[in-house]
Design a protein around this ligand. Structure first.
Ligand code: ADP
Ligand code: MG
Length: 650
C-alpha cells in the first residue's frame, strides 16, 4: 500500500558550512533530491565525508537545509517551529547512532523511556513498554544496567529500543554497525530487517557496501550528490505516517508530574559531582543559616529591650543633681523643685527618691540592703504590680507612716519560712517598719532584677526615720505625659530648673530615649547582619549559576540526545531549572538545620534569641528563588542549543 504523497521528499537540498567569519563556504550537500515512501528499507551508502550524516540530520529534522525543500508527508518542514520539529522527532523518527548516544547516568530502561517521557506517556505505561521492548531485544535481564555496564552490541540494542519507544515509524540509523564486532553487527542488521518487514521505514546510512546490500533500495552519495539510486521498491505493508494535523500539539505532562523524573536525574547528577555540589552549596547554606540566626538574635534582643521598656515605662526620665560644667558646688534638688517640675504640662508625675544601703533586720536575719524611699506613685511609674498586700498611699506618706513593702527577693531573705509576712515588723536602721505588701517579681528578662532585692518605704517616713542626715531628694523619677512627649518633657524640665537654679547643677537623664536608642542600634545591627547574610546568599546564587553553566557544558551531548529523542526546548529548560532549584533546596534545608543548630548553641550559651518560623520560611524561599533566578540563564542556554551541535559535542 503506497500512498500518493511520498513520506519523505527532498528537493534540491543544499547544506553549506562556513561562509562567515572569513571561513570559506563549503557545500556539504549540493542539491540532493530524493523521495522515500512509507515502509521502504533504504540504504544510503558513501565514503566517509561524503555528507551522509549531514543528510541524516536533515532527514531527522535535527538540522535545517541552507536551501531546498523538505516535505514530510506533504508538509513543508521549513514552516515548522521548534516545538513542531520536536514533535516530529518524537512521533515520527527514531534515531540509532554509531556511538549509541545513550545517557551515561541513566539505566537502560530509563534511557529507553526518554522519548515517551517527552510524549507525555504516564510513568507506569512508560516503564512497562520500555521493559517489554528491551525484553524483545534480548535485554530483559539488563534493565537496570548503566550503558557503561553493557557491551557495544547491547548498547546499540538499547538505542534501537529507544528508537521504537514512541512507535519509531521511521528509523534513522547512522552507521549502526560501525562500532560493533561482526557478530553484533549482524544481529543489529537482522533487527533492522525485521523492523522493515514489520512496516517501519528504515533509512540506513553506511560506508559499507555489503551492509547496504541488505536493504531493498540502495542510494549512493558522493561529495554531497546522489550518484546512483536503485529505485523505490513498493512495500507490502507500511505503518501510516503520523497525523500531521496534530503536529506540535503533543501534550507534555504538567510539570508536577515530571517533577519526580527531573528530581531523580538532578539528584543523580548532584551525587556524581557531590564534592563540587557541596562547595557550591556552601554559600547558600551559610546564607540561609546566617539569615535565620541573625533574625533570631535580632528578635531576641528586641524582645529583651521591649521588656525593659515595659518594666521601666516608655515615658520615664531621671533627674539628678550634678556639678555644673563651669565648676562650683553640686546642686541641690529641693522638694519645691519637685513640685514645680510636677506642674509642667509635659510632665505627669515627679517622684523624689532617696536610696542607700541600710542595715535591715528581722529576727536573727540582718542584712545591708538598698532601702528605697519614694512616694505612692512608684508601682504606676514602673508598671509594677503587687504580689501580696498593698502599696502605701499618699496619706501614709504625708503622715510619716512607718510601713514597708518588700521586693520579691527581700521577702525571701527575711521571711523564708513564713507564709505571710504582712503585719511583721522590720527594723530599718533602728526604726521599726510594718510590712504591708510584697511586690511581684521584676525578673531577669526585664533587666531590672536588682529592684527585687530592695525594700520600699514612704519618702517622708524615710527622711524622718531612716535618712535623717539627707535633707533633700537624691534624685527624682519623672514620667512624661505620653511617649511622644518624652523629649519635650526633658527639655522643659531643663529650662525650668535652669531658671530656678541659675546654673546647670543638675542633669536630666532620658531613660526612655536611651532604651529606644538601644533598640534602634539593635535594629540597624540586625539589618546590617541581614545584609551580610543576603550577600552570602547572592554569592551562593552566583556559585549555583557557575556550576550550572559548567553542568550544561559538560552535558551538552546529553542535551543533544534528549532533543533528538523529542525534547522540546521547554523540557530542557525545565530539567535544568529543576536541577538548580533542587540544588538550592538541598542547600536551603541544610542551611535551616545549621541555623537551628547554631541558634540552639547560642541559646545554651545564654544569648537571648527567638527563632521565628516566618524567618525560616523566608530564608528557605530566598534560597529557592536564588536557584530559580541564577539557574534560569544556564537552563535557557541549554534549551537554546542547536540539536546537531549539541549531539556532536564530546
Ligand atoms: P559522513 O557522515 O558521510 O562521513 P558528514 O556528513 O559527517 O560525512 O560530513 C560531510 C562533510 O561536512 C565533512 O567534510 C565534514 O568535515 C563537513 N562537516 C560536517 N559538519 C560540519 C560542521 N559543523 N562544520 C563544518 N563542516 C562540517
Ligand atoms: Mg557520518
Amino acid at each position: 500500500m503506497v500512498s500518493s504523497t511520498p513520506l519523505i521528499e527532498l528537493e534540491n537540498i543544499r547544506r553549506c558550512y562556513g561562509g562567515h567569519d572569513g571561513a570559506p563556504e563549503v557545500a556539504v550537500l549540493r542539491g540532493v533530491s530524493l523521495s522515500i515512501a512509507a515502509g521502504e528499507f533504504v540504504a544510503i551508502v558513501g565514503a566517509s565525508g561524503s555528507g551522509k550524516s549531514t543528510l541524516m540530520h536533515l532527514l531527522g529534522c535535527l538540522d535545517r537545509p541552507t536551501s531546498g525543500t523538505y516535505r514530510f508527508a506533504g508538509r513543508d518542514v521549513a514552516e515548522f517551529d521548534a516545538d513542531q520539529l520536536a514533535w516530529l522527532r518524537r512521533e515520527a523518527f527514531g534515531f540509532v547512532f554509531q556511538g549509541y548516544h545513550l545517557i551515561a547516568t541513566e539505566s537502560a530502561r530509563e534511557n529507553v523511556e526518554i522519548p515517551a517521557l517527552y510524549a507525555g506517556t504516564p510513568a507506569e505505561q512508560r516503564r512497562e513498554r520500555a521493559s517489554a521492548l528491551l525484553a524483545r531485544l534480548g535485554l530483559g535481564e539488563r534493565l537496570d544496567h548503566r550503558p557503561g555496564q553493557l557491551s557495544g552490541g547491547q548498547q546499540q540494542r538499547v538505542s534501537i529500543a529507544r528508537a521504537l519507544m514512541n512507535g519509531g515509524r521511521i528509523i534513522l540509523a547512522d552507521e549502526p554497525t560501525g562500532a560493533l564486532d561482526s557478530h553484533s553487527g549482524q544481529e543489529v542488521m537482522a533487527l533492522l530487517r525485521e523492523l522493515a518487514a514489520a512496516g517501519h521505514t528504515v533509512i540506513l546510512i553506511t560506508h559499507d557496501r555489503d551492509v547496504a546490500a541488505q536493504a531493498q533500495r540502495v542510494i549512493e552519495i558522493r561529495d554531497g550528490e546522489i550518484i546512483s539510486d536503485s529505485g523505490a521498491q513498493p512495500s507490502a505493508q507500511a505503518l501510516p505516517a503520523p497525523d500531521m494535523a496534530a503536529a506540535g500539539q503533543g501534550s507534555s505532562l504538567p510539570w508536577w508530574k515530571t517533577f519526580d523524573e527531573v528530581a531523580r536525574s538532578a539528584w543523580r547528577v548532584m551525587w556524581l559531582n557531590r564534592f563540587r555540589t557541596a562547595l557550591t552549596l556552601l554559600g547558600i547554606i551559610i546564607g540561609v543559616a546566617s539569615v535565620i540566626v541573625m533574625l533570631a538574635i535580632g528578635l531576641g534582643t528586641k524582645q529583651k529591650v521591649m521588656a525593659q521598656m515595659a518594666s521601666m515605662g516608655a515615658t520615664t526620665l531621671y533627674l539628678y543633681s550634678a556639678q555644673p560644667p563651669e565648676g562650683g558646688p553640686w546642686g541641690v534638688l529641693s522638694e519645691a523643685d519637685m513640685l514645680a517640675v510636677a506642674k509642667l504640662p509635659e510632665v505627669d508625675l515627679a517622684t523624689p527618691v532617696i536610696g542607700n544601703q541600710r542595715t535591715v533586720q528581722y529576727g536573727n536575719v540582718s542584712r545591708d540592703i538598698y532601702v528605697y524611699a519614694s512616694n505612692e506613685q512608684l508601682p504606676g511609674i514602673h508598671h509594677w504590680p503587687l504580689a501580696q498586700g498593698r502599696f502605701f498611699n499618699a496619706a501614709e506618706d504625708e503622715s510619716l507612716a512607718p510601713v514597708v513593702v518588700l521586693g520579691h527577693k527581700a521577702r525571701k531573705q527575711f521571711f523564708r519560712d513564713e507564709p505571710n509576712p504582712l503585719g511583721r515588723q522590720l527594723l530599718i536602721g533602728d526604726a521599726p517598719f510594718e510590712v504591708i505588701g510584697v511586690m511581684a517579681e521584676k525578673g531577669k528578662e526585664s533587666g531590672a532584677d536588682y529592684y527585687d532585692e530592695m525594700v520600699f518605704i514612704p519618702y517622708q517616713a524615710g527622711r524622718a526615720r531612716v535618712y535623717q542626715d539627707i535633707l533633700e531628694p537624691e534624685y527624682a523619677t519623672l514620667t512624661a505625659m505620653s511617649t511622644s512627649q518624652v523629649n519635650a518633657a526633658g527639655e522643659a524640665v531643663r529650662e525650668l530648673l535652669l531658671a530656678r537654679h541659675g546654673r546647670e547643677d543638675f542633669q536630666v537623664d532620658n531613660a526612655a530615649a536611651k532604651v529606644q536608642a538601644e533598640a534602634d542600634t539593635q535594629d540597624s545591627m540586625t539589618r546590617m547582619l541581614g545584609l551580610i547574610a543576603a550577600v552570602s546568599l547572592l554569592v551562593g546564587g552566583i556559585g549555583v549559576m557557575n556550576v550550572m553553566l559548567m553542568t550544561v557544558r559538560e552535558r551538552t551531548r546529553e542535551i543533544g540526545i534528549r532533543m533528538a529523542t523529542g525534547a522540546r526546548q521547554r523540557d530542557i529548560l525545565r530539567q535544568f531549572l529543576g536541577e538548580a532549584v533542587l540544588v538550592t533546596l538541598v542547600g536551603g534545608s541544610i542551611g535551616v538545620l545549621l541555623g537551628l543548630l547554631l541558634g540552639t548553641g547560642l541559646l545554651v550559651a545564654g544569648v537571648p534569641l527567638i527563632f521565628s518560623l516566618s524567618a525560616m520560611l523566608a530564608a528557605f524561599a530566598c534560597a529557592v528563588a536564588t536557584g530559580l533566578l541564577f539557574g534560569y540563564l544556564p537552563a535557557k542556554t541549554a534549551a537554546a542549543l542547536d540539536p546537531v551541535v549539541a549531539l556532536a559535542a564530546e
